[in-house]
Design a protein around this ligand. Structure first.
Ligand SMILES: Nc1ncnc2c1ncn2[C@@H]1O[C@H](COP(=O)(O)OP(=O)(O)O)[C@@H](O)[C@H]1O
Ligand SMILES: [Mg+2]
Length: 251
């Protein structure tokens, strides 16, 4: 379907020339439930975008729709990554095009060691980082390379999930609540690795309940409410706007 998206009803009308990563008027359903209700935003290459909003606002659904996992089903809209039309692709094709989703439950594969989890990510091209390079960024994973992945601490499992994404040659990393359940000192460690990943030019979209931590890291922020966008601007603007934070982020 080649329908030109109508942005007139969207809060963020800025989408003109496609950015590095562009989402245009995306709508998605779980069966009959209409959840993602016309989402449009742009992310520039190497940027960190904090995708925020209350519980149930549609953040996870938006990430799943972007990753083309099939549920929710995207019924309308366009998703462009570096001139590639992800909206025409299945999940594995979107992964090959350079999009990686690290879901909230991290999906570490049971019965496999840390190293086997990483090697499994490298069985399909395009192959990204070598295992040794992963261990340079995450020394704890190197120390625990022979340990079963599911027996790692929560923070280490999050590192493994991010590391596994880097074992594919990715352009955009989607993180769903990476700080959930982690002590502040571990969040510090993960944040440092996300800064390194940004310095390497990878684009990140981070969904977080810990909105302040995500905003301190991010360049820009998009806030969702009931499946639509209510704010699109800089992370600093959100940190300075008490009303916005109280209304949509409860902070
Ligand atoms: N598998 C599903 N089937 C039907 N509705 C769902 C499903 N997953 C989530 N929802 C609904 O979609 C809405 C958005 O959920 P979600 O994207 O998980 O929000 P968030 O991640 O912002 O907390 C909620 O109303 C939720 O109940
Ligand atoms: Mg969620």
């Amino acid at each position: 379907m080649n329908v030109k998206p109508d942005f007139s009803k969207n809060a963020n009308k800025a989408a003109t020339a496609p950015a590095f990563f562009s989402v245009w008027d995306m709508h998605a359903y779980y069966g009959e439930s209409y959840i993602v209700q016309g989402v449009s935003f742009n992310v520039h290459e190497g940027e960190i975008l904090a995708l925020l909003g209350r519980n149930g606002a549609g953040k996870t659904s938006t990430l799943r729709a972007l990753a083309r996992v099939g549920s929710p089903m995207v019924t309308h809209g366009e998703i462009w990554l570096d001139h590639q039309p992800l909206h025409t692709m299945a999940s594995h094709e979107a992964a090959t095009a350079g999009l990686a989703l690290v879901p909230e439950d991290r999906r570490i594969i049971q019965g496999l060691t840390v190293e086997e989890n990483l090697k499994l990510a490298q069985i399909a091209p395009p192959i990204g980082w070598s295992i040794e390079r992963v261990y340079d960024l995450f020394p704890r994973l190197g120390e625990r390379r022979k340990q079963e992945g599911t027996t790692l601490s929560g923070g280490e499992q999050q590192m493994l999930a991010i590391a596994r994404a880097l074992c594919r040659d990715i352009k955009v990393l989607l993180l769903d609540e990476p700080y959930e359940g982690l002590a502040p000192v571990i969040v510090d460690e993960i944040e440092k690795t996300l800064i390194t990943i940004k310095e390497l030019g990878i684009t990140t979209i981070i969904v977080e309940q810990n909105a302040v931590r995500a905003l301190e890291l991010a360049d820009r922020s998009v806030i969702l409410d009931t499946g639509g966008i209510v704010f699109d601007g800089t992370a600093a603007e959100v940190l300075q706007n008490d009303e916005l934070r109280a209304e949509y982020l409860a902070i």
